[in-house]
Design a protein around this ligand. Structure first.
Ligand SMILES: Cc1cc2nc3c(=O)[nH]c(=O)nc-3n(C[C@H](O)[C@H](O)[C@H](O)COP(=O)(O)OP(=O)(O)OC[C@H]3O[C@@H](n4cnc5c(N)ncnc54)[C@H](O)[C@@H]3O)c2cc1C
Length: 324
């Protein structure tokens, strides 16, 4: 039994979720008594494959072809399908990225299988994988089991597994050259969509103070900035704050923003929607200020203050100043 993690890279740079998928593959393998392997697809993947060769894996497959230099759904499906037919993994795991959403249904269908998308966790029952998916914006969790013969396909939600839990080891690298011809690729990649320039690296911040819609209006943001300043923290926000242009997009935390794991994450006036939680739940200590005692943010918080932020934050600033 073999678990295959398909890593994502672009122009030699890993997608940050790739190593979360690798950690998951290692966990699946350990719990199932199986081996874990990883695949990297592209052109000139030797350096990336070498990086994987120092992890606890059975094999690293460097799937190489000139036509894989730029991502195309046809190219990736052809290459991965041939690899899967040769390697015969029982479960194939992917990060739930935009690229994977684009090609995974086609890949799974081409092999007569379905794909379980955006899983948030798993457990093993009677030697079988049970995946957990969320429905209705995280209000319901459902268990999903694979039926029939493998290979089984699943993509994993950002933040569901921790990249820092990837185990080190040694693996052999095997080059795999798929057969692809130019006429099989029906799309020509354009310039990729440019994400906003990241002047701020929230990923490196030790303390983050994050503000949500509870702040009411843009004119109140300086209050939270003051709190961040006295704590020596970076300022971040939930999506509605960035959508409204009250803070730049690069400060957004969550599934469509940055994933952060600071020593302390202080959420002020943030409800704790699942799309926000996936970006910050790996923080070492989470503190939440919210006037609603039932806000979901309190389910992940280590410390919670129930009350009006406009009363609490000024008092907190004064108290921190005194301690300092
Ligand atoms: C595809 C998709 C991607 C998304 N990506 C992201 C993402 O990356 N990041 C993200 O954050 N969201 C994302 N969202 C949006 C997400 O679903 C929520 O809508 C959003 O996180 C809510 O932001 P919020 O908590 O600031 O606002 P709300 O949900 O409106 O919560 C405001 C909170 O403030 C509290 N509050 C109000 N007044 C006060 C006060 N005076 N004092 C104290 N507390 C107060 C309220 O009790 C409430 O809990 C995404 C949604 C979708 C569909």
């Amino acid at each position: 039994m073999n678990i295959l993690a398909v890593m994502e890279q672009r122009h030699g740079q890993w997608h940050r979720m790739s190593f979360e998928t690798l950690a998951a593959a290692q966990q699946f393998a350990a719990q199932l008594g199986a081996t874990a392997s990883a695949a990297v697809v592209g052109r000139g993947t030797a350096a990336l494959a070498a990086e994987l060769a120092v992890r606890r894996l059975d094999k690293v497959y460097a799937v190489e072809h000139d036509l894989l230099g730029e991502y195309t759904p046809d190219g990736y499906c052809l290459a991965l399908r041939q690899l899967i037919e040769r390697v015969q993994p029982s479960v194939v795991l992917f990060p739930h990225t935009y690229q994977v959403r684009d090609f995974l249904p086609k890949l799974a269908t081409s092999l007569g299988r379905v794909a379980v998308s955006d899983a948030v966790s798993h457990r093993i029952e009677n030697g079988q994988v049970v995946l957990v998916r969320q429905l209705f914006q995280g209000k319901l969790n459902v268990d999903v089991r694979f039926l029939g013969e493998g290979p089984h396909f699943a993509s994993l939600q950002a933040g569901a597994y921790r990249a820092d839990q990837v185990a080190e080891g040694a693996a052999t690298v095997e080059a795999f050259a798929p057969r692809i011809s130019a006429d099989q690729i029906r799309t020509r990649p354009q310039e990729p969509f440019r994400e906003s320039q990241r002047a701020v690296d929230l990923g490196a911040a030790e303390i983050i103070v994050s503000v949500g819609r509870g702040i009411k209006e843009a004119d109140n943001i300086p209050l939270i900035q003051k709190l961040a300043d006295v704590l020596g923290a970076e300022l971040a926000a939930s999506r509605p704050i960035c959508d409204a242009g009250w803070l730049p997009m690069e400060r957004q935390v969550g599934s469509s923003g940055q994933t952060v794991t600071p020593k302390m994450y202080l959420a002020v006036g943030i409800s704790g929607a699942i799309q926000h939680l996936v970006g910050m739940k790996g923080s070492r200590t989470i503190v939440a200020i919210n006037k609603d005692a039932n806000a979901p943010i309190f389910e992940v918080a280590d410390y919670g203050i129930v009350g009006d932020l406009f009363q609490i934050v000024p008092e907190l600033i004064e108290a921190i100043k005194k301690v300092k």
